[in-house]
Design a protein around this ligand. Structure first.
Ligand code: DGJ
Length: 710
């Protein structure tokens, strides 16, 4: 398969095994022999079903050939894609080619996040079979014009009762091990730290078992050839459309090859398939760039904006949000909220969001999750929403649907809805338990409760939070025998609930959140086009978080708000928050006139620039993880408008601090805000701009570029 950017090649050998050949820059011809002929080896034989010792053909070896569907139990130490067991027989799996077809479009899924706008997509679907187990694997590879990547889909179909013990979504072999691994580890308020390390023999495991794609490790990573940088070097990117616990394995084998495996975390996983039953596995993306990380990110951003993310039509102008959380936490009443809304509107915000604390008896985080009815002692919801709408703003409301506090009506009435064994001592986190979304009754309860609020009140936006990781969960619904399905079924339950609510309310913007950015992944973005990036609102820390998030996700998906954090003034904080979906997390009644003025200026800039930020190409010019500065540039597709931000970290002095811009038109003159004369694209890209002199800690340089009309 190939498009203008990439070729993806494999062959079905005489043993009917899918041997991987190549994924990389598009090539017109290919020498498959050099990939399959690995030299003589005495261990090339196997015992056939007829009892004779046979030679593998086509130079094929289970343990060292490059493979699409690595087997289990045949001596391949690099890691298997699927492991399955039946009442009779071993856990061995060996999937052999059975048939294929090619169709226009992208694979569809009944249960999982997938893709929008198939566009020019073509899909090759291959059916493989483990004949001993009667287990089918339907594998698909899709290519879309303009996207330097492959979408991989998989489905398992059983003919006999089978326990699936591992069901990864992607296996990818490379004929080299000379790579750097770049991945994104972190914690609450410390999301997606850029980690770079050389891969070594053995297996490096990424991922988590927290029940969400996690703060701890984001389901996205790169392998790059030595010396790769923003605009040079061969880079492979791996991403997963899944919001639950995941696992990535990077194995460097003794024969100098590298295997990447990516899928649902198999640590306590097992899934029982009954005859004719099928299990859809989440989609995985494999991306490529032959000229560095920058083009890979830009190409991926385009793909995500075109095929994964979609905003309701009333949100295409990206309204400026103000959220009550950091302003007053749960300490509010109607009068306070009305004053807050009035002041916010006077400052120019467009969307007023009432965060946690409006429901049940909730005045602190010890109670009421699950009781989704308005606390009328605290809020006159009707009055508040009418006021907000009449003043010209949209209205948003916070929910944390997947959780329950033991101190709640829901828990009192339905303790069996909680994902906990109440015979043991369930561990609480933030005083709460998770709900068992494997149980259809729980999904229906939540759907009705939330739907009741959404249809009763005129709501334009929902912030969907998730504030605890799975912990020692137990599903009363699945009971012990199906406990291994808990993780997958709960994630599927989450998708079902989200999908029912988002399709019923297509005009509402759903923003994802999980204690900040604990569930930032492509599965989530399929339903919630915007995600609150992190609870960390310290702007300097945000530089790091937003910078590394941009490797995998476009700026338009990042909730980037300013707060009263005093480390910078509002002008600089605002400039940083402009590179995302701008908003405020503060009490507008407590701002000085000077502060309001600074914020208003950024709001004006956001209104001017939001189409550019949402749709433009991002260039990372200085990496704060490597340098003493952070610098981003966004250029629109027509290359006529841009916005540049440089932030210095530690104080330093330099007479020559040139930053070369990228992505401009060579022969075009650009005006730069704050500069007297216009400069050509050629000059700006080859010579750059000199940000000379003393730079204080966190000093920022913000420049807007505009093409000079000819
Ligand atoms: C965590 C979120 O990240 C915050 O923005 C806020 O919504 C709180 N939860 C509310 O409990």
């Amino acid at each position: 398969m190939k498009n203008d950017f990439v070729s993806y090649l494999f062959l079905v050998n005489k043993e009917r095994v899918l041997q991987h050949l190549y994924f990389g820059k598009s090539v017109a011809d290919f020498d498959a022999f050099s990939f399959t002929n690995l030299g003589f080896d005495w261990s090339k034989t196997y015992l056939s079903k007829t009892g004779e010792e046979k030679q593998y053909e086509d130079g094929y070896y289970h343990d060292r050939s490059l493979l699409e569907v690595p087997s289990f139990g045949y001596g391949d130490e690099r890691g298997a894609l699927i492991i399955a067991r039946q009442a009779q027989g071993s856990s061995k799996t060996l999937f052999l080619y059975s048939s294929h077809r090619i169709y226009d479009g992208l694979p569809k899924s009944k249960t999982l996040p997938s893709f929008k706008n198939a566009g020019s997509a073509k899909t090759l679907e291959i059916v493989l079979e483990d004949e001993a187990k009667g287990l089918k694997l339907v594998l698909s590879f899709s290519l879309i014009d303009g996207f330097a990547g492959i979408i991989r889909g998989q489905k398992l179909i059983a003919t006999k009762e089978t326990d699936v013990l591992r069901a990864y979504s992607l296996a990818f072999d490379l004929p080299s091990s000379d790579y750097k691994l770049t991945h994104f580890s972190g914690d609450w308020s410390y999301e997606r730290r850029l980690i770079e390390e050389k891969i070594e023999p053995g297996t490096k495991v990424l991922g988590n078992t927290t029940g969400r794609s996690s703060h701890e490790e984001n389901p996205f990573f790169f392998l790059s050839e030595p010396g790769s940088e923003e605009e040079n070097g061969e880079v492979y990117g791996f991403s997963f459309l899944y919001s639950g616990s995941w696992k990535g394995e990077i194995n460097v084998a003794k024969f100098n090859s590298t295997r990447i495996l990516l899928g649902i975390n198999d640590s306590s996983f097992s899934y029982r398939l009954m005859p004719k039953e099928e299990m859809e596995l989440p989609f995985a993306l494999l991306c490529h760039s032959s000229s560095g990380f920058g083009p890979l990110s830009r190409n991926l951003h385009d793909f995500e904006r075109n095929h994964i993310i979609s905003f309701p039509s009333s949100y295409l102008a990206h309204p400026i949000l103000i959220n009550s959380w950091e302003a007053c936490f749960m300490d509010f009443d109607t009068a306070k909220l009305l004053t807050f809304a009035k002041e916010a509107r006077m400052m120019g915000t467009d969307l007023f969001v009432l965060d946690d604390g409006w429901f049940g008896e909730r005045n602190d985080d010890t109670s009421s999750l699950g009781d989704w009815y308005v606390n009328t002692k605290k809020v006159d919801m009707e009055k508040l929403i009418s006021y907000v709408h009449e003043s010209g703003m949209k209205f948003g409301l916070w929910f944390e649907p997947e959780m329950v506090n033991p101190k709640s009506v829901l828990f009192k009435e339905h303790p069996e809805f909680a994902l906990a064994n109440l015979e043991e001592e369930p561990d609480l986190s933030r005083h709460q338990l998770q709900l068992d979304l494997a149980n259809p009754k729980v999904i229906n309860y939540l759907y009705d409760a939330i739907e009741n609020i959404l249809s009763k009140f005129d709501i334009d936006y929902v912030k969907w939070d998730h504030n605890r990781s799975r912990g020692t969960a137990y599903s009363p619904y699945l009971k012990n025998e199906k406990e291994g399905e808990l993780e997958y079924r709960n994630t599927m339950g989450y998708y079902e609930l989200l999908s029912r609510l988002t399709s019923k309310h297509q005009n509402i913007l759903f923003e994802g959140c999980a204690s900040g950015g604990g569930r930032y992944d492509l599965g989530e973005l399929f339903y919630t086009p915007q995600i609150w990036c992190s609870d960390e609102t310290d702007p300097v820390q945000r530089l790091f978080i937003q910078y590394s998030t941009s490797y995998a996700y476009p700026l338009v998906s990042m909730g980037t708000h300013i707060s009263k954090n005093p480390i910078m003034d509002y002008a600089s904080k605002g400039e940083i928050a402009l590179f995302g979906t701008y908003g405020l997390e503060l009490d507008p009644t407590k701002l000085s006139e000077k502060e309001k003025e600074e914020i208003r200026k950024t709001m004006d800039a956001y209104r001017r620039l939001s189409p550019l930020i949402a749709e433009g190409d991002l260039y990372r010019l200085r990496n704060p993880y490597h340098d003493n500065s952070f610098c981003l540039l966004v250029i629109n597709k027509a290359k006529s408008q841009g916005v540049f931000l440089y932030v210095n970290l530690l104080k330093e002095n330099a007479r020559y601090r040139y930053v070369k811009l990228r992505g401009l038109k060579k022969d075009t003159q650009y005006t730069l805000s704050g500069y007297e004369r216009s400069l050509s694209g050629e000059y700006l890209m080859n010579v750059g701009i000199n940000l000379y002199g003393w730079q204080n800690e966190f000093q920022s340089h913000y420049i807007e570029l505009q093409e000079v009309a000819k």
